[in-house]
Ligand binder design. Structure first.
Ligand code: G1P
Length: 289
């Protein structure tokens, strides 16, 4: 029987070195795309997929990520006093069910697999989603909801995938593919960041996963992989053959907000979707191209 998906893990312990100096005293997941921080996009996407329990895997200097979902009593009281109802409405997406966000610390930067292992007590025996807040997906149906729908069809493990240029395979987890109906593809193997000439395909994992809790026992082996880190991809690879494992070609556009150019592109794409801004942004863009 397929268990209901209720939990999400959000690895947010990274140092954000690619965004220094902006991230010297601020978590990179607090950087806004238009007017909303990356972490809020991730939490809202998880909520839209029916998830109601969250675990942030954090580190030093990341307190703002938790504060963002707390009640800012002084701010809200002041806005109410001044009748700023529109401003108050903007806080709506920051209100979550009390007690629904837990945090664990990843004290050492040993990789994404290690970060997920740090959430093992939260995961317990349940299926869980992972959202990497750096990966932002603009889609009509939020990406994780698409993944959850596929999960209820297939059961087992499922990752969001997209084709990337051959020369970029060394930036991603890459699939060795089996049966492929154009939407769902059977995963036969997984390799973390292979060189273009070694990559089994150009189908890459983006930062949305639904995994079975069994992955934890493989991550617990703490085997070092690419970059001498404990790789989630290697832990997942051990599940192939034991459990169903699929890739889903999601509908939508993914932006790599961990990269400066990708981050800028996300700003433009999301702004152009905003009725209050689209026209003005469209108009000024012409000046630059
Ligand atoms: C991580 C994963 C990789 C995945 C990518 C998606 O890499 O290890 O398998 O393809 O996220 O963004 P990172 O971007 O942390 O190097």
């Amino acid at each position: 029987m397929t268990k209901k998906l209720r939990k999400a893990v959000l690895p947010v312990a990274g140092l954000g070195t690619r965004f220094l100096p902006a991230t010297k005293a601020t978590a990179k997941e607090m950087l806004p795309v238009v007017d909303k921080p990356l972490i809020q996009y991730a939490i809202e996407e998880a909520l839209a997929a029916g998830i109601d329990e969250f675990c942030m895997v954090t580190g030093r200097g990341k307190a703002a990520l938790v504060e963002h979902f707390d009640i800012a009593y002084e701010l809200e009281a002041t806005l109410r006093e001044r009748n700023k109802t529109e401003a108050l409405d903007l806080l709506e997406g920051t209100r979550v069910e009390p007690g629904s966000i837990l945090t664990v610390r990843q004290q050492v930067p040993h990789g994404l697999g290690h970060a997920i292992w740090c959430a093992r007590a939260f995961i317990g025996d349940d299926p869980f989603a992972i959202l990497l807040p750096d990966d932002l997906v603009l889609a009509e149906t939020p990406c994780l909801a698409q993944l959850a729908e596929a999960y209820y069809e297939t059961g087992g493990n499922i990752v969001a995938v997209t084709e990337v240029p051959r020369e970029h395979t060394n930036r991603y987890g890459i699939l060795k593919t089996g049966r492929d109906d154009g939407r769902l593809v059977e995963v036969k193997g997984l390799v973390e960041k292979p060189a273009p000439d070694k990559a089994p395909s150009n189908l890459s994992i983006i930062g949305r996963y639904i995994l079975m809790p069994d992955v934890i026992k493989y991550l617990a082996l703490m085997e070092r992989g690419a970059g001498n880190e404990v790789q989630l991809t290697d832990g997942m690879a051990r599940l192939i053959g034991e459990q169903p494992f699929h890739g889903l070609r999601y509908q939508g556009t993914r932006f790599d907000c961990g990269d400066k150019v990708g981050f800028l592109e996300a700003q433009i794409a999301f702004a152009l979707k905003r009725p209050d801004m689209a026209q003005a942004v469209h108009a000024f863009l012409k000046k630059y191209v």
